[in-house]
Design a protein around this ligand. Structure first.
Ligand SMILES: Cc1cc2nc3c(=O)[nH]c(=O)nc-3n(C[C@H](O)[C@H](O)[C@H](O)COP(=O)(O)OP(=O)(O)OC[C@H]3O[C@@H](n4cnc5c(N)ncnc54)[C@H](O)[C@@H]3O)c2cc1C
Length: 350
């Protein structure tokens, strides 16, 4: 039996649920997710940091605009909690970071006493960086979608898309019809376009590794610490420290797994820069951060088929930009081009 909606959104990560919720205000929307649970892939594997200066320059305004949603979320508790971020430099000049305050090596060590001050030339302090409650953010959009009558279907992998007068979307277990398709399939974004007979934009999923170690005492209030060259980061997470080598290894779309060598590299780099002396880890995971060829996002109608919308290429900032990116995408679906143009237009790859 075929089911019909105005819009079918493919992908139940943060991109899919946020745009589906926005669209459900005045449209019937079905969200199709291939896995048995939502947010199983990259969205469930992030470092959960709101980091105002981080990401492709074109995406920084999306992060800024999203702050309003994060500061007034439709949840019964805040989704941001203060963390701060310290970008430490070992040589050269301090990086210029929007909203960042240059501080001395001594001040950096006062904030994070395990840093080896003798190696540092200084640091940039970003007081506004904050931990995000990603599960609560994702759930807030799921609630909004459901309360607007939207349908969420998990365990249904899209296998084929065909366009006649409407779209026919075939899944592993049933068929839907829709006027508009939104591709929010993360690492699989190009695959979905090709199923629809459209040209890929050249997305590259890149594996990023994360792991937990036991945190030293009194570290709960440390900021996130990263180095200016983005070779590692660590931040407190309850009684543990979340650590990463900040790796970016190109990968096929897949259920990403951590490699021992990447964990070993991170431990070396963090032990070199600190007195933490990490010897063992408590858990580890990896996720795919997916980038377009120019590193920016891809949001808008396909140049060859205006009823196919892209919402992919979120890279390492897909959570912190989600509210504004979803509003932009929903506006474009409604035919409202942004006043100042759309830097994320998929047509730039033609
Ligand atoms: C280690 C790590 C740290 C990160 N830290 C941060 C951070 O601190 N702050 C931040 O903002 N961002 C961070 N990110 C990035 C952020 O997690 C991503 O940008 C974001 O989660 C991407 O969301 P998405 O919805 O596009 O992708 P996903 O969450 O991967 O969702 C895509 C969904 O599409 C589904 N799908 C694919 N193909 C099909 C199909 N054929 N049929 C049906 N469903 C399909 C998949 O199953 C998947 O659930 C981090 C990422 C990693 C890996």
């Amino acid at each position: 039996m075929r089911q019909r909606s105005d819009v079918v959104v493919i992908g139940g990560g943060i991109a899919g649920v946020s745009v589906a919720a926005e669209l459900s205000v005045n449209r019937t929307v079905t969200l199709l997710e291939g896995e048995a649970t939502l947010a199983y892939h990259t969205t469930g594997r992030s470092a959960a940091l709101f980091f105002g200066s981080y990401g492709h320059p074109d995406t920084l305004p999306l992060t800024r605009r999203s702050l309003e949603w994060f500061e007034n979320p439709p949840t019964d508790h805040p989704v941001l909690s203060p963390r701060g971020a310290l970008t430490v430099a070992f040589s050269g000049d301090l990086p210029e970071l929007e909203g960042g305050i240059p501080i001395s090596a001594t001040e950096a060590v006062e904030r994070v006493p395990v840093l080896d001050g003798d190696q540092l030339i200084g640091a940039v302090w970003e007081p506004d960086a904050a931990d995000m409650d990603v599960a609560a953010i994702h759930q807030a959009y799921v609630r909004r979608l459901r309360s607007n009558g939207g349908e969420i279907v998990t365990g249904h992998r899209v296998t084929h898309l065909a366009r006649d007068s409407t779209w026919t979307i075939t899944t592993s277990d049933g068929t839907w019809e829709a006027d508009v398709v939104v591709d929010a399939a993360g690492a699989w974004g190009d695959e979905i376009a090709m199923m629809a007979g459209l040209r890929p934009v050249g997305l590259v999923p890149k594996r990023r590794t994360a792991f937990m170690v036991t945190a030293p005492q009194d570290s709960e209030r440390w900021p996130l610490v990263t180095d200016a060259g983005h070779h590692f980061y660590f931040k407190p997470d309850g009684t543990q420290l979340l650590c990463s080598p900040a790796d970016e290894t190109p990968s096929e779309p897949c259920d990403a797994r951590p490699e021992d060598v990447d964990i070993a590299i991170a431990i070396d780099r963090i032990n070199e820069a600190t007195t933490l002396g990490i010897r063992s880890i408590r858990s580890s995971w990896a996720g795919l951060r997916t980038f377009a060829p120019d590193g920016s996002m891809v949001i808008g109608p396909d140049p060859d088929e205006a009823s196919f919308f892209w919402l992919v290429g979120q890279g390492g900032t897909g959570i912190q930009t989600a509210p504004a990116a979803a509003q932009l995408a929903a506006g474009l679906v409604a035919g409202d081009p942004p006043m100042s143009g759309n830097p994320f237009d998929p047509a730039r790859f033609r």
